[in-house]
Design a protein around this ligand. Structure first.
Ligand SMILES: Nc1ncnc2c1ncn2[C@@H]1O[C@H](COP(=O)(O)OP(=O)(O)OP(=O)(O)O)[C@@H](O)[C@H]1O
Ligand SMILES: [Mg+2]
Length: 416
């Protein structure tokens, strides 16, 4: 493909999210893997304060060790509409107060490499949607529902996808009715019970309670992170199985399955364990409060078995469920759907969906012969195809209802 036919792809990452750094890494993986013969990648970094930047300085992963210095070298950027559903990035040059204007960059598609925050919960997807620009991954609704553990469960339940017993609580309901809620949780769920802020990720604020006092305390604690909390039955004999799905609802493919494996002496890891490994490589530990323990999936640092050692019928059951969930949420691009097997009940439950999975779950596509570079190309092409399809739908009418002729009709209808 000639240089001029190359699509310009702005890889957008960072953002106001606890997973800011994870996103920086995912984005750099994407930038490194992107096929330069087909695409021209441009970095588009959102700082921890929500400001957007571009520029070559952002391509150096080492530079992220000093975020303040990096911002000085990068160019703040604003957006303007471009022709044919494209977006113009309007960078000011780097250099503090005396910034020069740099040339605008016309972008064909935004490659969204955010984790958590408005980059994954539908916020940035909505921004792209209303600017009319193509973007990779799921749309506004799938992203927003996927971020909400309660609404995700409700959607699955309604479609017959099994979920573990749960109770959802808004902060305003909890206040003054604590004892009633604790009674209800004890009778509907029992112990151990796992408490999660409804719309966070990375196991932040998640803990397990084995008695009433601890349950009360960790629910209070979870409300520090979110105004909605979900309490679930904690599966004791647990096997976790994740499945990645790629494509669109009408053409969805499922990956091999992975089984994340918890480290030896502690089955429960914290956010720090997951991302802030100490210098000697061992995880930093924090002591759980009495009757409670913190939990993490630790996807970034835990070992995993690929393919998961499951028998054929279990594998088929889970891949069918994964595909069904992808379609139900109307996902696009790649999503990772996480399941729990309750070994005691010999049953599978939906746990959560990640509409922008860590590292785009490339490691689950590699075994099927789709390497990271091919995955990135596919995500871009799916995003562009959806954008083209949307452009052909009727979204407004070329009739001006305020024109002289139409106004007559409108007045007529009003007075009749
Ligand atoms: N009902 C449950 N019973 C037992 N363990 C659970 C249950 N729900 C979650 N866990 C454990 O806690 C981990 C984190 O839960 P979950 O995936 O719902 O939260 P998250 O905030 O999205 O975290 P992460 O990003 O680490 O996956 C799971 O991977 C699993 O190990
Ligand atoms: Mg998880």
């Amino acid at each position: 493909m000639s240089q001029t036919n190359r699509k310009t792809v702005a890889v957008a990452f960072g953002g106001v999210s606890p997973e800011h750094e994870v996103s920086v890494i995912s984005a750099h993986q994407v930038l490194a893997a992107m096929d330069r013969d087909r695409y021209n990648p441009v970095p588009l970094y959102v700082g921890k304060d929500g400001r957007w930047f571009t520029g070559a300085a952002l391509l150096d992963l080492d530079a992220y060790k000093d975020l303040a210095a990096l911002r000085e070298k990068a160019s703040p950027v604003s957006f303007a509409p471009g022709a044919f559903g494209r977006l113009r990035l309007m960078p000011q040059g780097p250099g503090g107060w005396f910034r020069m204007k740099a040339d605008p960059i016309t972008v064909d598609i935004l490659f969204l490499a955010f984790h958590g925050g408005s980059g994954e919960d539908g916020g940035v997807q909505g921004l792209c949607q209303s600017m009319g620009v193509a973007y990779t991954g799921s749309g506004v609704l799938a992203s927003a529902i996927g971020m909400d553990k309660v609404v995700s469960k409700q959607l699955c339940e309604a479609a017959g996808v099994p979920v573990v017993e749960y109770v959802s609580i808004y902060e305003w309901e909890w206040a003054g009715s604590e004892e009633q809620y604790l009674d209800r949780i004890e009778s509907e769920i029992g112990y151990p019970a796992i408490v999660k802020p409804a719309r966070l990720g990375s196991s932040i604020g998640i803990a397990i309670a084995s008695e009433r006092e601890a349950l009360d305390r960790i629910i209070e604690e979870a409300f520090r992170f979110d105004s909605k909390v979900v309490v679930e039955r904690a599966v004791e004999k647990l096997t976790e199985i994740n499945c990645s799905v790629l494509g669109s609802p009408s053409e969805a493919r499922v990956s091999v399955l992975e089984q994340p494996v918890r480290g030896g002496e502690s089955e429960l890891l914290t956010f720090a364990d997951k991302y802030q490994r100490s210098q000697d490589g061992g995880p930093k530990r924090s002591l759980p409060a009495k009757g409670a323990s913190e939990v993490s999936a630790g996807m970034a640092s835990l070992d995993r078995i690929i393919p998961a050692p499951l028998d054929e019928s279990r594998r088929t059951e889970i891949t069918n469920l994964a595909k069904r969930v992808f379609q139900l949420f109307e996902c696009s691009g790649v999503a990772r759907i996480d399941f729990m097997i309750d070994e005691e009940l010999d049953a599978v439950f939906f746990n959560e969906i990640n509409t922008i999975p860590g590292s785009f779950s490339f490691y689950l596509w590699d075994p099927a012969g789709v390497d990271f570079s091919a995955l990135v190309s596919e995500l871009i092409e799916i995003g562009l195809a959806r954008h083209r399809a949307e452009a052909t739908r009727v979204r407004s009418y070329d009739v001006n209802l305020l024109s002289e002729k139409s106004l007559g009709g409108l007045k007529g209808s009003k007075s009749s």
